[in-house]
Design a protein around this ligand. Structure first.
Ligand code: CA
Ligand code: CA
Length: 281
């Protein structure tokens, strides 16, 4: 009786022990079956961890290299933009200088000197066609006082004619500041370091923002003389050629008056001598 009970208790205890052992196996870490097995698996994990660290180091090095390249590229791009901007600014700053360097030219009719701010290109004699000539050039020209020649002859056959200019204005005149009748007049070509120049007929002073080069009167041919003829702005205080006060009556300039009709009056007035200005900017 006692031996059967002991055997039965042993069998039941073994069953309970095996059951508890099986349940513990399901919840635990992978089981190492020996010290060798444990060390082998730990070694595998260390090797895997070392490989992971190595890969991370490589990735970090690549990232650092890319960041450095991007930074370098950004520096190059920034420097390029700075250089381009500086070059553009220089070009813009040089524009006014070039504008000044180009300059402008005009003829100052009736004078032999330019304004103080202007360079004399050449001095000359005012000239044009004869007052009663049907042909020849219609314009007034400024012939240099020191002519030079190409080939030439002394023929008067099939040629245009050009004569020196005198002013015919009866005295006393209420216009010019000096007596001008029958006086031969010079001219001078002037160069200024300004980009624009304009002759404005019908004005005695320049518009705002423009500088006066000289002021005078609009002159042209007599209205009943054969033309055509152009208009020039003769200085209001003209110089005269030495010995040119005689009555030559060759190329003659007359004052020009406004005539009402198609030309509105006011602002214009009948039979009033037109002023003129040469302005620069
Ligand atoms: Ca004369
Ligand atoms: Ca005359």
């Amino acid at each position: 009786m006692d031996s059967k009970f002991v055997i039965c208790w042993c069998v039941m205890s073994l069953i309970v022990l095996v059951t508890q052992q099986s349940k513990g196996d399901l919840d635990a870490e992978p089981k190492c079956f020996s010290r060798f097995d444990y060390e082998y698996k730990m070694l595998q994990k260390l090797v895997s961890l070392e490989q992971t660290i190595h890969n991370l180091k490589d990735s970090l090095a690549d990232s650092k290299k890319r960041i450095e390249e991007l930074s370098k590229n950004n520096e190059q791009t920034t420097q390029y933009l700075k250089d381009s901007l500086a070059e553009t600014i220089n070009k813009i700053q040089e524009l006014p200088k070039k504008h000044v360097d180009y300059g402008s030219v005009y003829i100052r009719w009736g004078r032999n000197e330019c304004q103080d701010n202007a360079e004399v290109i050449y001095k000359g004699f005012t000239a044009g066609k004869k007052w009663n000539g049907k042909g020849s050039g219609s314009d007034t020209i400024c012939l240099p006082e020191d002519p030079s020649w190409f080939n030439y002859s002394t023929s008067d056959h099939q040629r245009g004619h050009v004569y020196g200019t005198e002013i015919d204005v009866e005295e006393p005149n209420a216009v010019f500041e000096n007596k001008v009748n029958n006086q031969d007049i010079p001219c001078v070509a002037c160069h200024i370091q300004k980009g624009s120049v304009i002759m404005i007929p019908g004005r005695s002073h320049c518009y705002t923002g423009w500088n006066l080069e000289y002021a005078g009167y609009v002159m042209t041919a007599f209205h009943d003389h054969p033309g055509p003829h152009n208009h020039v702005c003769v200085d209001h205080h003209p110089d005269f050629l030495q010995g040119g006060g005689g009555n030559n009556d060759q190329h003659i300039l007359y004052l020009t008056i406004s005539k009402c009709g198609s030309l509105p009056c006011p602002p214009y007035a009948n039979d009033r001598e037109l002023a003129c200005v040469v302005c620069s900017k």
